[in-house]
Design a protein around this ligand. Structure first.
Ligand SMILES: [Zn+2]
Length: 383
């Protein structure tokens, strides 16, 4: 009996839609929710289990015993039908997580789908309204403690403001159209945290935030994306929604420690925390610094940008060194391992091969102008 049911399940698993996880799209699901009638990967099955059996009842396809009625339910629903129901009204600005995305994104996507049924009832999507107000914990600029700060997002004004004292002027006003927001759980130590990056006076500023409630932090993330999308739709009415969605937020292509020399060949290598944010390669003393020590705009290959293995003559190779060539300067860099160096080369090459968008060009102009004024990119950073 059990054997027959297992066989039916494995046949169902081959059907289009069922061959990938219903929630993150990863291949070859091994689990299922037998009341919802969907096939799941181990990670998403774990999230389903966490919601409780009143929402989702999870079983392993091979290791658990299946009743006939449960198999029948799987046959009846399946991933495609479940998607039609639970994803009927996912707003275009909503980031649908993929396999390797941060846990908080996956978890909130699943809870939004089945627990809160946000995509069946759009009135539950507070993040699409273009306005959000609330308290978030913000890391101090000079100290490492987090303090509650009131934030107000306004799509109409294109701003995200935060306040140290409620009835005073905002401490900072960020332009939504110029900021990037990423989940950075490994770095920030809180799984429910966000990093905002934006240009201020020609230099990048980082802000680190968290909220205890994963739903709240995810709603802020989606609210920023939604407001950005609506503004882009107004600015570029003929552009397709699909194209515009690609410009809302961009995860850092890579972050990590590298060693870097100064501008002179006699300078020694110094350890710096590097972040590749779209076309901006920034380096910092510490991962959670408020400002980069320096930032390098990565242009297109045709404009003289390239990366190569090894260092320039006169510089001591550290083992896993590489050089970044820009029209003004060659940067000698070094990674801790070969595979890390290769990953950096790969992500940098990808950027160098990609044509510049109008937004890229405007960032380049602003960074370059600053450099022309000061003769040194790091002069704005006090440390
Ligand atoms: Zn999954």
């Amino acid at each position: 009996m059990a054997d027959r049911n297992e066989k039916v399940l494995l046949e169902l698993l081959k059907l289009p839609g069922n061959n990938v996880c219903a929630d993150c799209g990863s291949r070859n699901p091994e689990w299922a929710s037998y009341n919802l009638g969907i096939f799941l990967c181990p990670r998403c099955a774990g999230v389903h289990r966490g919601m409780g059996v009143h929402i989702s009842k999870v079983k392993h396809l091979k290791l658990d015993r299946w009743e006939d009625s449960q198999v029948e339910r799987m046959k009846e629903v399946g991933n495609i039908n479940a998607k039609l129901k639970y994803e009927e009204r996912v707003p275009p600005c909503y980031r649908r997580p993929k396999e390797n995305d941060p846990q908080v994104l996956i978890e909130q996507w699943i809870r939004a789908k089945y627990q809160r049924e946000e995509f069946c009832y759009p009135e539950r999507q507070g993040y699409v309204s273009g306005y959000m107000v609330g308290f978030l914990m913000k890391r101090g600029k000079e100290d490492s403690r987090y303090h509650p700060r009131k934030f107000i997002l306004s799509e109409a004004e294109d701003t995200l403001k935060y306040f140290v004292r409620e009835n005073k002027e905002p401490k900072a006003i960020l332009r939504l159209s110029e900021l990037n927001v990423v989940f950075a759980p490994e770095k920030i130590d809180y799984p429910t945290s966000l990093q905002l990056t934006f240009l201020k006076d020609g230099t990048t500023r980082h802000i680190y935030l968290y909220h205890e409630d994963p739903e709240v932090i995810t709603n802020w993330y989606m609210a920023i994306r939604c407001a950005k999308l609506h503004r882009l739709q107004v600015a570029y009415p003929s552009a397709s929604e699909e194209d515009l969605v690609g410009y809302l937020t961009e995860d850092f292509a890579k972050e990590g420690w590298l060693w870097k020399t100064g501008p002179r060949t006699t300078d020694g290598f110094k350890k710096r925390w590097f972040t590749l944010d779209n076309r901006k390669l920034m380096y910092h003393d510490e991962p959670l610094d408020a400002h980069p020590k320096g930032e390098i705009f990565i242009g297109h290959a045709l404009d003289g940008y390239s990366v190569r293995i090894g260092v320039v003559a006169g510089v001591k190779d550290q083992g896993f060194s590489f050089t970044l060539h820009t029209p003004d300067r060659i940067f000698n860099l070094s990674a801790a391992t070969e595979s890390d160096r290769d990953q950096w080369l790969q992500v940098l090459e990808k950027v160098i091969d990609r044509p510049l968008t109008p937004q890229d060009s405007s960032i380049s102009v602003r960074l370059v102008r600053k450099r022309a004024n000061t003769n040194s990119m790091s002069i704005f950073s006090p440390r």
